[in-house]
Design a protein around this ligand. Structure first.
Ligand code: F6P
Length: 346
């Protein structure tokens, strides 16, 4: 690894599930690195796979123009975890990564991703590579930062979808269940559920009881509210082999006798152009990551705390999740307005 005092050549990769704003972040790092600090920038294709295989492109300043508003990632992504020795897998992946880094004379690697990506980035740091992480994910569950880019865009898509369910639910006097992404964290279900006027919101972090959910729906009917919107995170407790929405919907229909319909929003939530807020957030993160490299502040993840840019050691981030706490103020406010989290009527 180079020990030069001023980093000159950097590599960027995007890993894990994609989200809106990745290109804005690539552009933010790349343009700042080139224009402000005179660095050379390489982009690795398909996440950590590109680093293992030496598959990269040179990112000149001109290549970074016109990508701010694009969804997805111009570098591609993958869920490659080089330190996880899969059965029949290649145990030499970390060595190959170190070789690529050395051969290309890199001074730093910028890893844009979620929790898994940060964990790998930290391990690469321990192997002697200079790394800087940038947190992204629609799930908003990266530990150490208040917000990840991709989240605002996904909240907008999910909210618009919930808005559309209201009219058809009202016309047919049905219970509409909408399943929102989030295996472990319910941030997206919570924010879109509240923004979209959901009557019941079920999160992986809070235990729900189906009887309580049904009582809430029946109470609404008795109160001349002939339809209900139930927002469920995909990670709530439900049997394997069926979707969370289907499980909850069937139970509601069985217990209340009210007609239910289910919508699983799926990958729509991860696609398309980033919102202006995500473009700004990704740009701020990217530009700050370039500054971290210039300052040789390695082994860190850029973060936002109280709307201020800062860094947290990657060592602290790896392997942790930022989950919704039941004392989160928004939950209390919602409860006081009559929103149910599936645990009130017991
Ligand atoms: O990006 C996060 C996330 O969207 C989760 O909410 C979801 O469960 C997961 O990725 C699924 O992604 P994939 O099918 O690409 O592994």
């Amino acid at each position: 690894m180079s020990n030069s005092t001023k980093p000159k050549r950097i590599g960027i990769l995007t890993a894990g599930g994609d989200c809106p704003g990745l290109n804005a972040a690539i552009r933010g790092v790349g343009k700042t690195a080139i224009v402000e600090y005179g660095m050379e920038v390489l982009g690795f294709n398909a996440g950590y796979s590109g680093l293992i295989n030496g598959d990269y492109i040179e990112l000149k300043e001109s290549a970074l123009s016109g990508i701010l508003t694009l969804g997805g990632t111009i570098l591609g992504t993958s869920r490659e975890k080089p330190f996880k020795m899969a059965k029949n897998g290649d145990p030499h992946k970390p060595e190959k990564i170190k070789q690529t880094y050395k051969d290309l004379e890199l001074d730093c690697l910028v890893c844009i991703g979620g929790n898994g990506t940060m964990k790998t980035a930290n391990m690469l740091g321990k192997e002697g590579l200079n790394v800087v992480g940038i947190p992204k994910t629609i799930d908003n569950d990266v530990w150490g930062t208040d917000v990840t880019f991709g989240f605002d865009s996904a909240v907008q898509i999910a909210t618009e979808s919930i808005d559309r369910l209201h009219t058809t639910a009202n016309s047919h006097q049905r219970v509409m269940i909408i399943e929102i992404m989030g295996h472990h964290a319910g941030w997206l279900a919570l924010y879109s559920g509240l923004a979209g006027g959901g009557d019941i919101i079920l999160l992986p972090e809070l235990d729900y009881n189906i009887r309580s959910v049904c009582k809430k729906i029946e109470a609404r009917y008795e109160d001349n509210k002939p339809y209900s919107i139930v927002v469920v995170a995909e990670g709530i407790d439900h049997p394997k082999g069926v979707s969370a929405a289907s499980h909850v919907g069937k139970a509601i229909q069985t217990y209340t006798g009210i007609e239910t319909r289910e919508t699983v929003l799926g990958y729509i939530q991860r696609g398309g152009s980033p919102t202006p807020m995500d473009r700004i957030l990704a740009t701020r993160y990217g530009a700050f990551a370039a500054k971290c490299i210039a300052d040789e502040n390695f082994g860190t993840m850029v973060a936002i705390k109280n709307n201020e840019l800062t860094t947290v050691p990657l060592e602290e981030v790896g392997g942790k999740l930022r989950l919704v706490d039941e004392d989160f103020p928004l939950i209390d406010k919602a409860r006081k307005m009559g929103v149910s989290f599936g645990d009130e009527y017991l």
